[in-house]
Ligand binder design. Structure first.
Ligand SMILES: Cc1cc2nc3c(=O)[nH]c(=O)nc-3n(C[C@H](O)[C@H](O)[C@H](O)COP(=O)(O)OP(=O)(O)OC[C@H]3O[C@@H](n4cnc5c(N)ncnc54)[C@H](O)[C@@H]3O)c2cc1C
Length: 416
């Protein structure tokens, strides 16, 4: 079923009786070409690009809960490609380009809003670092604008320019960055994959792998064993748990990250703002809520909830740059489990077990990567070669010394 303005109009006239479910609820078959474990953003986008670009349709996505129950429905919805390193910037720029065409590709309103991402700097050395980053972005074909204090004042008059502990000196802006309605991304990809025949199977927990003589030929699930030529893990915060059942120990730790939404306010924030002297980022949703977040909770956990000290810490970050935020009431908050890698960069790679592939380590930046991650993972599954923009995301890079340490903080997963 194609969605269009004419369709909405006609359905309105005829009592909205013609809408069909966005995807089927099939029972698992005995055999697939590819099984994708995890019905989050990355799993569903992988299924979408496998079927729509690489023409591989005998695919199942196995999700232990319901679609969108993981981080794809829990993040603060920010997309951008303002990276520095040559292994990252082309990948995230590829992703941003896919975001720009996503709604047309999937025929689904994901509310892609390129409202601009503004990273504030507070000192001369920080400005120099942002100039360097901006230049790296321009060299990769992305957009980047350096704003001085006056330009930033015009754009964001509500920032604390007069009295701030860390003076606001200007910002690096990526105008093509912005926000996307996160759960609609999952639904759009699910619908697009389902239309090509992909089986999306919810409430199907993967409990282990069928591995013999170093070859993986399927998975053991709560709905029975299912065979496949290729098995692709894509379970974000559960990566270590799932891969340990294949005997694989990953350079990944799981941490909690919280998100917060204020009561609905009249439009005040046009862009996405990030604080450069602490950890705080905020945008305003179309319903009016300020959507914001900051640091991890700081301990390893698989719980999808966090603790109060981080609430205080994040709100302090907000008050430091936008004091008026203190007048808004906090409406709701939640947590997600983050797959934090040791250098802050992800993995899209084969494992040493034939037929078993791994995608993970997205830290708390994996939402913006959703389209490119799915595209590149589909490319790897279809061709057994890495996609050119994802070549660096290898599982053995800690052994070979080819780390992709974007922040330069070393093996500190909780700092990425
Ligand atoms: C609070 C918060 C804010 C964030 N903000 C941003 C942001 O602004 N920008 C950004 O780029 N990124 C952000 N992120 C990060 C981003 O959301 C994640 O990196 C990304 O969503 C992870 O990929 P995913 O969507 O595939 O994960 P998920 O949606 O978590 O998908 C993994 C799926 O695997 C399923 N699963 C797990 N184990 C099994 C099993 N054994 N069998 C079957 N299924 C299984 C889970 O149920 C889950 O649905 C944020 C994350 C959080 C929590």
């Amino acid at each position: 079923m194609k969605y269009s303005a004419a369709k909405i109009f006609l359905e309105g006239i005829f009592g909205n009786r013609g809408w069909r479910k966005a995807w089927r609820e099939p029972q698992p078959k005995k055999n697939y070409d590819v099984i994708i474990i995890g019905g989050g953003g990355h799993g569903l986008s992988t299924a979408y690009y496998l079927s729509n670009v690489y023409n591989i349709n005998n695919v199942a996505v196995l999700e232990k809960g319901w679609l969108g129950s993981g981080n794809i429905g829990r993040n603060t919805t920010i997309i951008r490609s303002n990276y520095l390193l040559p292994e990252n910037e082309p990948f995230y720029e590829f992703s941003l380009k896919l975001w720009e065409g996503l709604e047309q590709d999937t025929n689904y309103n994901s509310m892609v809003s390129q409202r601009g991402v503004i990273n504030i700097f507070h000192s001369d050395p920080q400005r120099d670092a942002f100039v360097r980053r901006g230049n790296a972005m321009l060299l990769s074909g992305a957009d980047a604008d350096l704003l001085d204090e006056n330009a930033l004042r015009k754009l964001c008059p509500y920032l604390d320019f007069e009295n701030a502990r860390f003076p606001v000196k200007g910002a690096l802006m990526q105008k093509r960055g912005g926000t996307v309605r996160h759960d609609a991304v999952a639904w759009g990809y699910a619908r697009g994959a389902d239309m090509k025949g992909v089986d999306i199977i919810q409430n199907c927990n993967v409990e282990g792998f069928i591995i013999k003589n170093g070859v993986c030929s399927g998975v053991r699930t709560s709905k029975g064993d299912i065979q496949a030529k290729k098995v692709a893990s894509c379970v974000a915060g559960s990566s270590s748990q799932v891969m340990s059942t294949a005997g694989i120990r990953l350079p990944i730790e799981s941490h909690v990250l919280q998100a917060f939404v204020s009561e609905g306010l009249k439009p005040i924030l046009d862009n996405v703002i990030t604080f450069g002297a602490g950890h705080f980022y905020v945008s305003q949703s179309d319903k009016g809520g300020l959507v914001f977040g900051g640091d991890l909770d700081g301990y390893n956990s698989y719980a999808q909830r966090g603790n109060l000290p981080v609430v205080e810490d994040v709100c302090e970050g907000g008050m430091a740059i936008i004091p008026m935020i203190g007048r808004a009431r906090l409406l709701r908050m939640w947590g997600g489990v983050m797959d934090m890698s040791m250098d802050g960069s992800p993995f899209i790679d084969r494992t040493h077990i034939d037929g078993l592939y791994f995608n993970g380590g997205w830290c708390y930046g994996g939402f913006k990567a959703t389209p490119a991650s799915g595209y590149c993972y589909a490319h790897l599954l279809a061709t057994d070669t890495p996609h050119p923009v994802a070549r660096g995301y290898k599982l053995d890079r800690f052994r070979t010394g080819n780390l992709i340490d974007e922040k330069g903080v070393g093996a500190q997963p909780n700092l990425h």
